[in-house]
Ligand binder design. Structure first.
Ligand code: 13P
Length: 257
């Protein structure tokens, strides 16, 4: 299989989820320092730390051309009486350039539906952040042969009208592959990413043709290269393996060859 979208600059984003005390900043700084050493292989690299670490990490990486910082979620409003929430504007102000919206863990833990995810993506756009919009089927939906239907429906409902390749990234994360060590076959990844590309190009034209589509779900140093070589896979959204600099850097280097 070959990459049919060579003009698209890949993105490898680490989603730390609810992991990381101050001591974990050392791992992120090791990534920053490794990328500053001239190992740029044409890939954008991002770490999405918990909100508690975001501003300090953004400050520590401000002069780093190689490492971007993202949030993991945002509220739809810019400010207001929403105890415990963080707005896209606050993330931007803290130094983020992107925010993940609609992660399956938020869909499951907080009952987030497509319409809310779409409104969060709109909030990201309003604040000048790139929205990393997550979609993906459950094990049951896959077993029932519904994968493509689910993914198309989530795309339609979660990605706002007028999305561009600059303000939107799609992350296909099969729910059953997250944190399990399981991954779809390369053929299945190609089939789903191909369907996503088709839907994006139909809806958004040239912008959809060049929008990045990340794969996420048990991406590890030893499977990154083959996953990233699949057509229409324009990078990775990495959970567990992004917590250790060595593993994350090996995944980034999967693009090096
Ligand atoms: P894992 O890489 O730990 O499977 O997590 C994937 C994920 O959910 C990234 O958002």
């Amino acid at each position: 299989m070959t990459d049919q979208s060579p003009a698209i600059r890949p993105l490898v984003a680490g989603n730390w989820k609810m992991n990381g005390l101050k001591a974990a900043l050392d791992e992120a700084l090791a990534v920053r320092d490794a990328l500053a050493g001239g190992t740029d292989n044409g890939t954008d690299v991002m770490i999405c730390p918990p909100a508690s670490l975001l501003m300090v990490l953004a400050e520590l990486t401000r002069d780093s051309a190689g490492l971007q910082i993202g949030g993991q979620d945002c509220h739809t409003a810019a400010s207001g009486a929403h105890t415990g929430d963080v707005s896209a504007e606050m993330l931007k102000d803290a130094g983020a350039s992107a925010v993940i919206v609609g992660h399956s863990e938020r869909r499951a833990d907080h009952g987030e539906l497509d319409r809310l995810v779409r409104d969060k993506a709109l909030a990201a756009r309003r604040a000048g952040l790139t929205a990393i919009v997550c979609i993906g089927e459950t094990a049951g939906q896959r077993a029932a042969g519904l994968t493509l239907d689910v993914v198309r429906r989530q795309l339609l409902g979660s990605v706002p009208d007028g999305a561009t390749a600059a303000d939107t990234v799609i992350a296909y994360e099969p729910v059953w592959a997250i944190g399990t060590g399981l991954t779809p076959t390369l053929e299945d990844v190609a089939s789903v990413h191909g369907a996503i590309r088709e839907a994006l190009a139909t809806r958004f034209g040239g912008e959809g043709a060049s929008m990045r589509i990340l794969y996420g779900g048990s991406v590890k140093p030893d499977n990154a290269r083959e996953l990233m070589a699949v057509a229409n896979v324009d990078g990775a959204l990495v959970g567990g393996a992004s917590l250790k600099a060595d593993d994350f850097l090996r995944i980034i280097q999967a693009y090096g060859a």
